[in-house]
Design a protein around this ligand. Structure first.
Ligand SMILES: Cc1ncc(COP(=O)(O)O)c(C=O)c1O
Length: 457
């Protein structure tokens, strides 16, 4: 990045950091005093926020978060999609009060009518016929991978390089600089080398996919319809159709992970782009942040699962201790949350205005990129958008990784936080919720422009 004056960037960042520290004494003290928390935070990734310590928060409503020092922030991070419904929408509050309070019964080992309601609604939106519930998207992926290995009797899965599907062992594989599969840098002490469980190719590379599927040992391709965890990398025209065709030709199942791409519309990218996965996973936003997840199976795949299970208890135990399921999964609180969110908040009608706001957000960012003649790009996927320090936008995970710049990201994030705006700490994602307003989006446009003027003006 020879257009970037690193010295100036370092000076500006230092100013922003000092300002951040001065303006947030309560958050700083919270972090400093957390002597019994590993790395001083409830979850170690919370240290990813720029500024040396994360903001502590006291309240969050709609698209606004109030930090411990009383600053109100416009939240475009939205729990990295967990709060895509907005923070504590009324319908969720009412459903939770009823489930925990008036009706009672958070978890009982018994089903109730909410489960079928939610499953039917997921079928309406995503097309998959049969559903099962989890507590996270990670678990949805983890359990589904066992089921697809069981029905196909094939040992491996295939993922795209620098994809992310939660902390699922099999998915931490990338294509390295020499084009070889390797364990993802930073992969924490894997039990087995993940290249023995997984094949990996770059997104948008059908020739490589064809080569890797030709071995006939891949149970399923697991992918997001568009990568969202290494910036947003959109599928090129014909790519997803090609993936489907190659899966069909090789007897490989196709799993779509819609956990983030749900931002594309009420039925995610699956509905929007008319995709035909054999299985689908989703979590986070479904329950408005109340822990939940789900996986859906086509009728054919569901029949295969049940047939495989019926053929002998030695083969698979999906009722007790076979490694699929958990006691809190499918609990009544999660199901009530999903019913409230799908029925009243992230409705069919909610997505259009969210997408319009994301379009405006992206247009504002693009206008500033153009004004300062930067080789950057912004990509939108429904209600979500994200800028990368590369133009044209990267077409696969490896390219997108190279376009990251931690110093630049930290500066932009801190500049925004100091002016009342939260972006996702992982890269530069911004997400709209039903409560996001045009004024909030406009405010980001102004602040982003000022941040660039200070650095490049
Ligand atoms: C596409 C995708 N799948 C799965 C997950 C895992 O979600 P969770 O950490 O809530 O289990 C994530 C998390 O970011 C994700 O982005």
């Amino acid at each position: 990045m020879d257009y970037l004056n690193r010295q100036k960037l370092a000076e500006l960042s230092q100013n922003e950091r000092s300002h951040y520290e001065q303006a947030h004494p309560a958050s700083k003290a919270l972090h400093a005093g957390a002597n019994h928390l590993l790395a001083r935070v409830p979850m170690t990734w919370m240290n990813k926020w720029a500024g040396g310590f994360p903001l502590g928060f006291s309240e969050a409503h709609g698209a606004l978060v109030t930090d411990l020092d009383g600053h109100e922030l416009i939240d475009f991070a939205l729990g990295d999609t967990g709060a895509m419904a907005g923070h504590s929408p009324t319908a969720l509050f009412e459903a939770m009060s009823e489930r925990i309070g008036t009706k009672g019964g958070v978890t009982t080992m018994l089903p109730n009518e909410d489960a079928e309601w939610v499953a039917k609604e997921l079928t309406r939106r995503f097309g998959l016929a049969q559903w099962s519930f989890t507590l996270s998207a990670t678990d949805a992926n983890r359990w589904l991978l066992r089921l697809v290995r069981m029905v196909t009797q094939r040992p491996k899965i295939l993922v795209f390089s620098y994809s992310y599907h939660g902390s699922v062992d099999e998915t931490f594989v990338v294509v390295d600089e020499q084009g070889r599969p390797s364990s993802r840098p930073g992969n924490v002490a894997p039990a087995v080398d993940p290249t023995t469980t997984t094949r990996v190719v770059e997104f948008n590379d059908l020739a490589a996919l064809e080569r890797e599927l030709s071995y006939g040992d891949v149970a399923a391709v697991l992918t997001e319809p568009a990568l969202t965890n290494i910036g947003i990398v959109l599928p090129e025209p014909g790519f997803l159709e090609g993936v489907r065709a190659l899966c069909d030709a090789t007897g490989t199942l196709l799993i779509l992970d819609e956990t983030h791409t749900f931002s594309a519309g009420p039925g995610g990218a699956t509905q929007r782009w008319n995709l035909r996965p054999d299985a689908l996973t989703i979590g986070k936003s479904l329950g408005g942040g109340v822990p939940c997840g789900a996986y859906g199976l086509s009728q054919e795949l569901a029949d295969r699962v049940l047939a495989a299970v019926a053929s002998g208890a030695d083969l698979a135990d999906i009722v007790d201790v076979g490694g699929v399921g958990g006691t809190l999964a499918g609990n009544a609180l999660s199901l009530a949350a999903m019913r409230a969110v799908l029925g009243n908040v992230l409705t069919d009608e909610a997505f259009g205005p969210m997408e319009d706001l994301a379009r405006t957000f992206a247009a504002d960012v693009q206008a500033s990129i153009d004004a300062f003649e930067l080789p950057w790009s912004i990509t939108q996927l429904g209600a979500r958008c994200e800028y990368r320090f590369a133009s044209p936008a990267p077409r696969n995970g490896g390219q997108s990784l190279k376009s990251a710049d931690v110093e630049l990201e930290d500066y932009l994030h801190l500049y925004c936080v100091n002016r009342g705006i939260l972006l996702t700490p992982f890269h530069n994602m911004a997400l709209m919720c039903p409560a996001t307003t045009a004024e909030q989006v406009a405010r980001h446009g102004v602040v982003f422009n000022e941040a660039l003027r200070a650095l490049f003006g």
